[in-house]
Design a protein around this ligand. Structure first.
Ligand code: NAD
Length: 495
């Protein structure tokens, strides 16, 4: 594989951002930031721990108490955040390259999906700042009750590596728009764009200390943030296993508000009367292989009505070679590298488990491009999967599709819901009654009907059950980062 020269990589600054300054960890410790594209070390990154988190939280608290940001007129806060979004776009090529090198996604998507979505998210919440009104309660005329929303204070944000910029933006945008100060802990597997976003926020005019970034490992930098007595809210996206610990840490410390966006094992149900089989096949295959299958909402359990299953799979297998992994820096590549060796080995282990438990491997199943030094796995499809197999129950977070078949609508809904998760689901049918009935019965935060790719910042994103607590995106996200205050005013009117 020929990899493009990385002219700017040597300049990637891996130091933390605290109180408006790029600083090394107090311990001076660093960790290597290794690219899954070809195994090269991109840079070293500050290995933040308790003492650094303490400093970042203190800076955030100071900034909040000084009110330079939360006390700013909403229209002015909006202008600063709009500049922040503009700067992301202006630095789009640089950020996209960083994201691709850091976590392996194809460059073509890093630019048009990740950079644009992150900027759009920041712009959308900026726009909302001076348009959302507070309330006056319908009380008797002898009193006035104002119901106002106030920022919660210091918000800790912990995010994963699959969409580093977008996951960060979904949380920092509403949190900052509401007037909070933020301490962001990016994943140790993809810390670079978060740090660069911090630089650009400062350049846009977000005051020092309002937005801090502390890179590091979960147990060393994430836990101190979730346990911190001066953090008012912790917003977490990541695995269900760690999400449960976040709620415990919130309870063990100061009962900070804890919001968790967690894993998924989303069912995608295709009935025989599906209005457009080709589209259903394209969506089923395209959605599980997009981002190397490293998407929380990927439809990883495909239920196809038995009478059309063979035809469906024939069409699916024709599409699979189009998703063969390639060099993520090549603009033609649609499937890139798995984020690191550890995650690749996890995916390969699940593939072995699928075979051992009796599922039929129809496509893929192997690590490829080993000579590149990177982490690449073939797009993989298993047929003959049953809902109790490990590959149907557990989130693989890789390019692996499990195909199940069904004959009865009630039974398929029961199986679709028989999961610890409830993030998203899909249903394909030309029968509106069936579509609505199934959509209502599915226990998921989002149900897609006759498509699986609609998405917009205007709609909430989050799950039922162990897919987490709370919703990102839309105006509902403000609920997570604001306290509701009632102020009673006595009116002793002389007239
Ligand atoms: P992860 O839970 O391992 O890590 C997520 C973040 O938590 C990282 O920053 C990590 O350093 C940190 N962390 C790890 N241990 C910690 C600890 N003990 N205390 C505090 N922080 C800790 O998850 P991951 O592998 O980075 O991401 C993949 C997971 O994220 C998948 O389960 C996926 O479904 C989920 N995800 C969910 C959504 C959603 O919106 N529901 C979106 C994207 C990803």
């Amino acid at each position: 594989m020929t990899t493009a020269p990385l002219t700017s990589a040597a300049n990637y600054d891996g130091r933390a951002l605290i109180a408006g300054q790029r600083v090394s960890a107090l311990s001076a410790e660093v960790f290597d930031c290794i690219s899954p594209v070809d195994g090269r070390t991109l840079t070293t990154v500050a290995r933040c721990a308790l003492a650094d988190v303490d400093q970042a939280v203190a800076a955030a608290r100071r900034a909040f108490d000084e009110r330079h940001w939360c006390g700013m007129a909403p229209a002015q806060r909006k202008r600063v955040m709009m500049r922040f979004a503009d700067l992301l776009i202006a630095h789009g090529d640089e950020l996209a390259m960083m994201e691709t090198l850091d976590m392996g996604k194809p460059i073509k998507y890093a630019r048009v999906v990740d950079v644009n979505s992150a900027a759009n998210c920041i712009r959308w919440y900026a726009e909302a700042v001076d348009k959302v009104y507070d309330e006056i309660a319908p009380t008797p005329s002898t009193a006035l009750a104002l119901i106002t929303r106030e920022p919660v204070g210091v918000v800790g944000v912990i995010v994963p590596w699959n969409y580093p910029m977008i996951m960060a933006a979904w949380k920092i945008a509403p949190a900052l728009a509401a007037g909070n100060s933020v301490v962001l802990k990016p994943s140790e597997k993809s810390p670079l764009t978060a740090l660069r976003m911090g630089d650009l926020a400062l350049e846009a005019g977000i005051p020092p200390g309002v937005f801090n970034v502390v890179p590091g490992f979960g147990a060393e930098a994430g836990s101190p943030l979730a346990l911190h007595m001066d953090v008012d809210c912790i917003a977490f996206t990541g695995s269900t296993r760690i999400g449960k610990q976040i709620h415990v840490m919130a309870g063990q410390s100061n009962l900070k508000r804890a919001w968790t966006e967690l894993g998924g094992k989303s069912p995608n149900i295709v009935f025989a009367d599906c209005p457009n089989l080709d589209k259903a096949v394209e969506a089923a295959v395209g959605s599980i292989f997009f981002n190397q299958g490293e998407s929380c909402n990927a439809p990883s359990r495909l239920f196809v009505e038995a009478s059309i299953k063979d035809r469906f799979l024939e069409k699916a297998l024709v599409l699979v070679p189009g998703f063969a992994p390639g060099n993520p820096l090549d603009k033609a590549t649609v499937m890139g590298a798995i984020v690191d060796q550890t995650q690749m080995n996890t995916v390969l282990r699940y593939i072995e488990t699928g075979k051992t438990e009796g599922a039929k491997l129809l496509a893929g199943g192997e690590q490829v491009m080993k000579e590149s030094g990177g982490c690449y796995v073939q797009p993989t499809i298993f047929d003959g999967v049953s809902n109790d197999m490990t590959i149907a129950r557990e989130e693989i977070f890789g390019p692996v599709l499990s195909v199940l078949s069904f004959t009865d609508a009630a039974e398929v809904v029961r199986q679709a819901n028989q999961s610890a998760y409830g993030l998203q689901a899909g249903v394909w049918t030309a029968d509106l009654n069936k579509a609505m009935g199934v959509a209502r019965a599915l226990r998921a935060g989002t149900v897609h009907v006759n498509q699986y790719d609609e998405d917009d910042i205007t709609v909430p994103f989050g799950g039922y059950k162990q897919s987490g607590v709370g919703r990102d995106k839309s105006l509902h996200a403000f609920d997570k980062y604001t306290e509701t205050k009632t102020t009673w005013i006595r009116i002793d009117s002389p007239v």
